[in-house]
Design a protein around this ligand. Structure first.
Ligand code: GLN
Length: 486
């Protein structure tokens, strides 16, 4: 089989069996990344020389019987993970010249396990978006149909893995940005429990919601990476000090008796009928594997989009205040005075969606409106979290669609932010409640992939990966590759 069609787990075995060297692998994937860049625009920066140098070191380590669990394996990082000595743009003009002086904890952990960074992936500006159209570096295209969006904000990560330009990519999820693009590109994505993966060095959007995770071609690969990148980090005050289970060892646990809750609110009138059929067919596979299905209701879940679009902009307006033209990023030329410097640096550096969020956020936090909007949204958030808690007293995991529809055309929703925000209707709840959630490919609708979403109680990543892996042993949706990339 061609190496680009192999999973990370298979590539790790092939490297140890000396079927190919890391230099060969890395060169092959770099060639693919570069060759398809004009078509997909999935990367912002490709790191050919440093990646090949790291691969040479990896080959020496492998030959000497040294190295970690990921030694010699290629990955890319979403361009909001700080990478030492490497441009880290967050998809924004504000940071297009920013070279990070340090590695994010996720980057450092994967590096010390041996992974090799090939490139930095394109993304929505400051991770604000559902279609990867807000990037300063232009839209990413969906590998299944290049007229369509890949989803966002981790669109570059998902498109690259979907097209097998790289076997795995890091990503982040504030309201669905791992799961939603994973669904639309036909790949596997996991957003861990809030606090499971360090946010240190992840450029902040909405700090109480942001969580790092991965996009891969299989749950087994996600387990391999999650085992390395999870864990307590004293540099992140919200990181949770709790041992990291061996997610790989838990993959094959039997599913019999698993209680699956079908979220009534997810099978609503907004769900595309064909998309629903694929999700229901996936649920039937779980029944065959011995799981029990039960309908459950989370009555406050329909409030998740409005609550999120108050909380997330509020936090973003505060986080992005640091980009003032003085300390980081873009600085306006020849300012008249300090106010002019602030105004023009921010005015020139940020794109329209980021400005919309900052203005909304500043408004809901202002003295006259704080109680009516921000405080109210926080209360709704608690109600949603309580709904989930009640549901998990009855079932082990919740399942439903990841998105209401398959991928849509580039430009179709850009003029209407509310319609765009509704793409996240099924994913945002898990962020508001801090829960782990995954999306796995479960079928094609009109030749386009759709995802099955699995949500679990806090710190149930092992169970989610186990359930996803069981499905992937029974089906081959996760191994489908768009023809021109196979
Ligand atoms: N689409 C959502 C937003 O624009 C979620 C983005 C994300 O998860 N980073 O806020």
């Amino acid at each position: 089989m061609k190496p680009h069609l192999l999973s990370l787990t298979q590539l790790a075995k092939g490297l140890r069996a000396k079927e190919y060297s890391s230099v060969e692998l890395v060169r092959g994937f770099l060639d693919r990344l570069e060759a398809h860049q004009p078509m997909l625009n999935a990367m912002v920066t490709i790191l050919r020389e440093p990646a090949l140098a790291a691969a040479q070191t990896a080959d020496r380590d492998l030959a000497a019987g040294r190295g970690g669990p990921l030694t010699g394996l290629p990955i890319v990082h979403k361009d909001l993970f700080c990478t030492e000595g490497v441009r880290t743009t967050c998809g924004s003009h504000m940071l297009d010249n920013f070279v990070s002086p340090y590695d994010a904890t996720v980057v450092a952990k994967l590096k010390s396990a041996g992974a090799i960074t090939l490139a930095k992936a394109n993304m929505d500006e400051f991770a604000m978006g559902s279609s990867n159209e807000t990037s300063y570096f232009g839209p990413v295209r969906n590998p299944w149909n290049t007229d369509l969006v890949p989803g966002g904000s981790s669109g570059g990560s998902a498109a690259a893995v979907g097209a097998r330009l790289v076997p795995a990519a890091t990503a982040t999820d504030t309201g669905g940005s791992i799961r939603q693009p994973a669904a639309l590109c036909g790949v596997t994505g996991i957003k861990p429990t809030y606090g499971r993966v360090s946010r240190y060095g992840m450029i902040a959007f909405a700090s109480s919601l942001d969580q790092g995770g991965v996009i891969t071609t299989s749950a087994a690969d996600a387990a391999l990476l999650m085992r390395e990148m999870s864990g307590f980090d004293p540099n992140d005050s919200t990181s949770v000090d709790r041992p990291v289970p061996d997610y790989v060892a838990e993959l094959d646990a039997p599913l019999a008796g698993l209680k699956i809750g079908l979220l009534k609110e997810f099978f609503d009138k907004g769900l595309d009928a064909e998309n629903e059929k694929r999700v229901r067919a996936a649920l039937a596979v779980y029944e065959k594997l011995g799981a029990k299905l039960k309908e459950v209701s989370l009555p406050n879940l329909p409030l998740s989009v409005p609550a999120y679009y108050v909380v997330a902009p509020a936090e973003c307006s505060s986080n992005l205040a640091r980009f003032d033209g003085v300390r980081f990023g873009h600085r306006a030329k020849d300012p008249r005075d300090l106010m002019d410097l602030y105004k023009r640096s921010r005015g020139e550096g940020f794109g329209a969606e980021v400005k919309r969020r900052i203005m909304t956020g500043t408004y809901v936090l202002s003295a006259g409106y704080y109680d009516a909007y921000y405080l109210k949204a926080q209360k709704v958030r608690q109600l949603i979290a309580a709904d989930f808690k009640r549901a998990f007293a009855e079932v082990d995991v919740l399942m439903g669609p990841t998105t209401p529809t398959p991928a849509f055309s580039i430009g179709a929703k850009t003029s209407d932010p509310i319609t765009m925000y509704l793409n996240d209707i099924y994913t945002i709840g898990a962020n508001l409640a801090g829960l782990p959630a995954m999306s796995i490919p479960c079928g094609l609708v009109g030749g386009l992939p759709v995802g099955l979403q699995i949500v679990g109680p806090h710190f149930s990543e092992g169970k989610l990966l186990n359930a996803a892996h069981a499905f992937q042993k029974e089906t081959d949706w996760h191994s489908r590759v768009p023809e021109r990339f196979s």
